[in-house]
Design a binder for this molecule. Structure first.
Ligand SMILES: [Zn+2]
Length: 372
């Protein structure tokens, strides 16, 4: 089927399903009202979605006069998707349902190797997770792989990855032996997709991924903006200090050299949780490290909000620890930004764990829902 044939125009069936998805529970008259459809059209489509096992009857709603209405809700476990995050030293695999809830997951320490032995071991972890969870193979929509690097637009090849030190990696090489549709997705883009999906957000947003490496994703008009060469959102390589500290990319002064989570965790033997615990219990040696880090982070945030003028979501591993520092971060950005306000566009991420793996799994859930 040509791509143009399956894209774009959402069917009435899909619009109804998406409205139930967003509201979680809704009556048929309310569906008709919100979507501007006739009640018979809603009834007919809901029946069809119920016959396919995708929607189910929920609770009986209070009567507003006349017959009591029954709420319609999702069968969240009608389909599943797998997301795998490949990192330099770890592999995470999540099984998520249609509501992007993590049903089961595994995270293991496993240094990356560009070998068939490594990929076959990853495939085995995926097979095991599906088997242990008891999910039928036919209910699995596909397997998405989150990977740190630049990918072709169709997600079928990793062009190169500085982090993994690999180039020209085909998706089929990674997934040999997996009987599911598969796709590769940039790690920060995946995390950003998971984050905006969870928020049911249609706003423009920047996702700044602050993990062992800094990355990011740009969402404009509810779409991920990739740029001309799929390098859009590579915020880790914005020049923050010209001729500054060396970056792993080979250049100097990149944001990554100042704002990656490693800048903090290297002061606590690689343990970020310990860094914040010690910082918050008064370790005086860590205070200047944290202040210096915040100085560079807030400069970076200002450098992003000036051109994009939108929500800035702080994510990655570090996102889990930033919630309580958001007022401080907002205040610091307000001191330097030209268009100062209350800076409430700066928020911490809501997905505290496995955002990239969930986002990779969503690579199959999103099109499924949109093409019902
Ligand atoms: Zn760099």
């Amino acid at each position: 089927m040509q791509k143009s044939q399956i894209n774009d125009k959402e069917t009435t069936r899909s619009r109804i399903y998406q409205m139930v998805y967003q509201t979680e529970s809704i009556s048929k008259p309310e569906l008709a009202n919100r979507l501007g459809l006739s009640l018979p059209t809603v009834i007919q489509n809901v029946r069809s979605l119920q016959q396919d096992g995708l929607l189910i009857d929920g609770k009986t709603l209070k009567s507003t006069g006349g017959r009591k209405a029954t709420a319609i809700t999702l069968d969240k476990n009608a389909r599943f998707s797998i997301g795998t995050e490949i990192e330099r030293n770890h592999v995470s695999v999540v099984l998520v349902n249609l509501a992007a809830e993590i049903i089961d997951y595994v995270r293991i320490e496993k240094p990356f190797e560009n070998t068939q032995v490594y990929y076959q071991e990853v495939v085995k972890i995926i097979h095991n997770l599906i088997e242990v969870s008891g999910v039928g193979k036919k209910a699995v929509l596909g397997t998405g792989f989150s990977i740190p690097g630049i990918l072709t637009r169709d997600g079928q090849m990793l062009i190169y990855s500085h982090v993994l030190e690999v180039a020209g990696l085909q998706c089929t090489t990674v997934t040999r032996g997996l009987p599911y549709a598969s796709i590769l997705s940039n790690d920060a883009n995946s995390a950003g997709i998971a984050e905006t999906w969870k928020r049911h957000s249609r706003e423009n947003a920047i996702y700044l991924s602050l993990s062992d490496y800094v990355g990011g994703a740009i969402f404009l008009n509810n779409e991920l903006y990739l740029g001309e060469n799929q390098r859009g959102g590579e915020f880790g390589h914005i020049t923050l200090v010209r001729d500054g500290l060396p970056c792993y990319c080979g250049k100097k002064g990149c944001v990554d050299a100042y704002c990656s989570a490693q800048i903090l965790s290297r002061h606590s033997e690689g343990d970020l949780r310990r860094f914040f615990k010690e910082l918050e219990t008064g370790n005086e040696d860590l205070k200047p490290v944290w202040e210096r880090f915040l100085y560079h982070l807030t400069t970076t945030i200002n450098n992003l909000v000036v051109p994009f003028d939108c929500k800035i979501i702080l994510g990655g591993y570090l996102g889990e620890y930033l919630e309580k520092y958001i007022p401080l971060i907002r205040k610091s950005v307000a001191e330097i930004t030209t268009f100062a306000g209350n800076e409430d566009y700066i928020t911490a991420c809501t997905y505290k764990k496995e955002a990239s793996a969930v986002g990779a799994a969503l690579m199959f859930i999103r099109p499924f829902i949109k093409q019902l």
